[in-house]
Design a protein around this ligand. Structure first.
Ligand SMILES: [Zn+2]
Length: 398
């Protein structure tokens, strides 16, 4: 399955009879449309079936009135190589997460590699190797954007230039290496930004023995593009300091599963009160001490919607279009020209919610009925979510 993931084109795909189409766009989260047309992995048409060219598809899918949303994006993972994590010694965690609706993952550093090099030549070599390896090998078809070096003392501007020219577009969490001071971090963040490399900073208490505290003053001074796990990974700053970060910084507010849940809700609500919901993005921060969470993003959506009292269709945007825009990804939004990465969901069997959105607002996670990446079906009924009431069917393929 993994081998097939990068090969082959989808041809023409028609998805009809969609009951609810979530756009990923926080300004307009629900689209008035029942059909999507895909050609060779990209969305080419969205609208009413009668208005679109649906003739002679290579694959025809009847969504059976279920919900279609952009594939979920996990903004914060720690992959190593292939579909294996040494952190909990688990195989198949990425494919398992795809069964939780995730189609893109972003590395916050390949920090769990046994014997990870910390010298500058070594950390650059690892980043380039990780970027290449995941570009060439996509477990379950999932797009793993990896190659996120953990910056260390002694790096100079030419190191960032060299990384960028080699195809590295991300920094691992600042604070996991020897650079822990605000001034030093700010200098390197600027170098990274000049060369088109996006940065994330660890926020909060140490995650595991060997990592350190990054407080709000360091986060503000470093000014990284993403305030990584603003609700702690695991230990959070105080609610007052987290709200201060939301207010004083204009950078992305990343909320993770493996953090403090109370502060997760506080951070999301602070963003809404500050009228900047577009800044909120979601991650798991897995694999980690808390394990691997194949349903971590769906659980965050249900948590923020139910206990945070935020409409479910908005929270889905935190996990899709917001992340895509902040991270310049060609997925995460239902728009012509974007990647045909979709998750098909329905209310879980026997939830108290009468609709998918209501069930999420009541705190239940949805059932995934199908996942598509680049227009290719990667799984049918999820092996991990509670069973969806209705699932889409492939009615024709040739
Ligand atoms: Zn961290």
């Amino acid at each position: 399955m993994a081998d097939a993931a990068t090969a082959g084109k989808s041809g023409k795909v028609v998805i009809r009879n969609i009951g609810l189409l979530l756009s990923g766009d926080i300004d307009r989260p629900i689209l008035d449309a029942d059909t999507i047309v895909v050609r060779d992995g990209l969305i080419v048409g969205i609208g009413r079936e009668a208005d679109l060219d649906t003739d002679e598809p290579d694959t025809l899918i009847d969504a059976r009135q279920t919900c279609v949303a952009p594939g979920l994006i996990d903004s914060h993972v720690h992959p190593v190589f292939g579909d294996w994590t040494p952190r909990q010694n688990q195989l198949g965690w990425i494919d398992s997460t795809m069964n939780g609706g995730v189609t893109t993952m972003i590395s916050a550093g390949e920090v769990h590699l046994p014997g990870r090099p910390k010298d500058i030549v070594g950390l650059k070599a690892l980043a380039i190797t990780a970027q290449r390896a995941f570009d060439n090998f996509r477990p379950g078809g999932v797009k793993v954007l990896a190659g996120a070096p953990v910056i260390e003392k002694g790096m100079v501007e030419s190191d960032f230039k060299e990384l960028a020219e080699a195809g590295v577009g991300l920094l691992g969490e600042i604070g996991l290496g020897s650079v822990k001071g605000g001034t030093e971090a700010a200098t390197m963040v600027k170098w990274a930004r000049q060369h088109g490399i996006q940065s994330t900073i660890h926020t909060g208490g140490p995650s595991i023995p060997g990592s350190g505290l990054i407080d709000k003053d360091v986060v503000l001074e470093a000014d990284a593009d993403i305030i990584g796990h603003i609700n702690g990974g695991h230990t959070s700053l105080s609610e007052q300091h987290v709200c201060e970060l939301c207010e004083k910084s204009s950078r992305a507010i990343e909320i993770v599963h493996n953090g403090n849940e109370k502060i997760a809700i506080a951070a999301a609500q602070a963003a809404l009160q500050l009228k900047c919901p577009h800044r909120v993005i979601l991650g798991t921060d897995g694999p980690a001490g808390s394990g691997v969470q194949p349903l971590g993003i769906l659980r965050m959506v249900a948590l923020l919607s139910s206990l945070g009292n935020i409409p479910a269709e908005l929270v889905f945007c935190f996990a899709t279009g917001n992340t895509a825009r902040i991270r310049n990804l060609n997925c995460g939004l239902i728009e012509a020209g974007r990647a045909a990465d979709f998750v098909f969901m329905d209310r879980a069997q026997h939830t108290a919610g009468r609709t998918l959105l209501e069930s999420v607002q009541l705190g239940d996670i949805p059932g995934v009925g199908m996942v598509m990446i680049d227009g290719i079906v990667r799984c049918g009924r999820s092996r991990n979510t509670p069973p969806a009431t209705e699932i889409p069917v492939v009615v024709g393929a040739h």
